[in-house]
Design a protein. Structure first.
Length: 469
């Protein structure tokens, strides 16, 4: 009981301090802490990937050494995705009521421990248990970052900052396959799982030292006040306060139909994202006769493309569409379906062409992957950002679960043609689901769509808008 009490105290949000009045001090402190928080969560979240990407790289080795088949490995992948998806929602609610610094560090430490235990086992059932626990504590990473990004960066700039942070997925996802493949080839698959676990546990200590929960916990004003950048509908003198769990869930997340629409779109986006991320190395080895090392060098370009795609999508939504996220998401989703068809019609073994196609797949997949979570946070509430992004993330990883066992079964029985055709259909469905969100920018836009003005109000607005004669 004392351990639980200590853990709850460790995860409590940092209390607010009296606001600093000196504007020069505020400006200096904000500049320092925004960069410190950004780089800490950037590298911290990249290390979360270090403890989740190993399985896809060692799949061929596990098939050869332990006689697993694709359905077995797809089942392990699906268990992880379901656990992670449910955790994203639960951890989102907890994350909005927790200290992001402690929450993120704790999750990273436990995922590292799960990786070490995975590397010490040979049993399919124990693999599933370790990977389910890994998935649960992986869910602590994203909500922590969503809370930090909405508290330290304001709406008109958030697309760019969130895009740069989103590149941590890709830095981790690009380097980890190369590192894991190298360690698996030279030192065995066990080392390739254990070493990332040790490194991630060490990084959790760094996060505890370097992160900070909110600006107010340092005596700084809210970011909206500091930058004079208030979302539409928010009063400048509106005082920030923590919301209750009931308010977060029912006032700002579950009763917002646009968040549900984002969640269903995310489901299909993540089928594509995880299918390409988890199965492309095996595709190159089986269908195109690459070695594991050669295939990992090609797969490397998937996450490099994703890094540039996330940056491009964030910039487009801020600069071309005035912080509206849906137009960029729809464009990227349509392009994703087209690239997947290109991969399907390109059966020949040409390294440069395969690398270009995987780069393009990553570029377009990671656009909506990044923006959907951000848009969910923006159309909910600043104090419900982790819950909103966690809720959509839960739906996303139910999609990722479909990319595990169901797609593994489809692949086992119908081959790679059926695999790529299914993914192209999923990309197209995602684009269609996001269409109604085209003009939605904030929570106030959602409310306006749900409660249209009466005829008399509309006439009054038109009269008021006419120039005086």
């Amino acid at each position: 009981m004392q351990i639980l009490h200590a853990l709850l105290g460790f995860l409590q949000p940092a209390p607010y301090k009296d606001e600093i009045e000196d504007k020069n001090v505020v400006k200096k402190e904000y500049t320092y802490w925004r960069y410190r928080v950004f780089f800490s969560m950037f590298f911290g979240y990249a290390l979360y990937y270090f403890t989740r990407k190993g399985l896809s790289i060692i799949m061929p080795t596990l098939i050869a050494d332990l006689q697993f088949d694709k359905s077995d490995l797809g089942l392990v992948s699906s268990v992880w995705a379901i656990s992670y998806g449910v955790s994203k929602f639960v951890s989102g609610v907890l994350g909005d009521k927790s200290n992001a610094r402690s929450f993120m560090a704790f999750g990273l430490a436990i995922t590292g421990l799960c990786n070490i235990l995975f590397g010490l086992s040979s049993s399919l059932s124990f693999f599933m248990l370790c990977w389910a626990l890994n998935g649960w504590f992986q869910g602590f990473g994203w909500p922590s970052c969503a809370r930090l990004l909405t508290h330290w960066y304001s709406q008109s700039e958030r697309g760019k900052w969130w895009g740069f942070w989103n590149a941590s997925h890709n830095i981790g996802g690009a380097i980890i396959p190369l590192a894991t493949a190298y360690f698996a080839y030279h030192y065995g698959w066990r080392t390739a799982m254990i070493l990332p676990g040790v490194i991630s546990m060490a990084m959790s200590v760094v996060l505890l030292k370097c992160l900070c929960d909110t600006p107010q916990s340092l005596g700084l004003p809210p970011i909206e006040k500091h930058r004079n950048d208030y979302p539409s509908g928010q009063a400048k003198n509106e005082k920030e306060h923590e919301l209750t769990v009931k308010e977060i869930l029912f006032s700002y997340v579950l009763n917002n139909p646009y968040i549900w629409l984002l969640a269903v779109g995310y489901f299909f986006v993540y089928i594509v994202r995880h299918a390409v991320g988890e199965w492309s190395l095996l595709y190159l080895v089986e269908a195109k006769n690459y070695t594991t090392i050669e295939a990992s060098r090609v797969v490397f370009w998937f996450d490099i493309g994703g890094m540039f795609g996330g940056l491009a999508a964030g910039w487009m939504s801020d600069s071309l569409f005035s912080s509206k996220r849906a137009p960029s998401m729809i464009f990227f989703a349509i392009a994703t379906a087209a690239v997947l068809l290109g991969m399907w019609f390109c059966p020949v073994e040409v390294y440069i062409l395969d690398a270009i196609l995987l780069f393009a797949a990553g570029f377009f997949i990671f656009g909506p992957q990044m923006l959907i979570g951000m848009m969910a946070a923006e159309i909910a509430h600043k104090k419900a950002a982790a819950t909103a992004s966690g809720f959509t993330g839960c739906a996303a990883y139910l999609g990722a679960a479909v990319a595990g066992f169901p797609l593994g079964y489809l692949l086992q029985n119908f081959g790679w043609t059926a695999f790529f055709l299914a993914l192209s259909v999923c990309g197209s469905i995602a684009a269609l689901l996001l269409m109604p969100l085209w003009n939605i920018k904030s929570r106030e836009d959602c409310l306006a769509k749900e409660e249209p003005a009466s005829i008399s109000e509309t006439i009054e607005q038109e009269v008021d808008a006419r120039p005086a004669s």
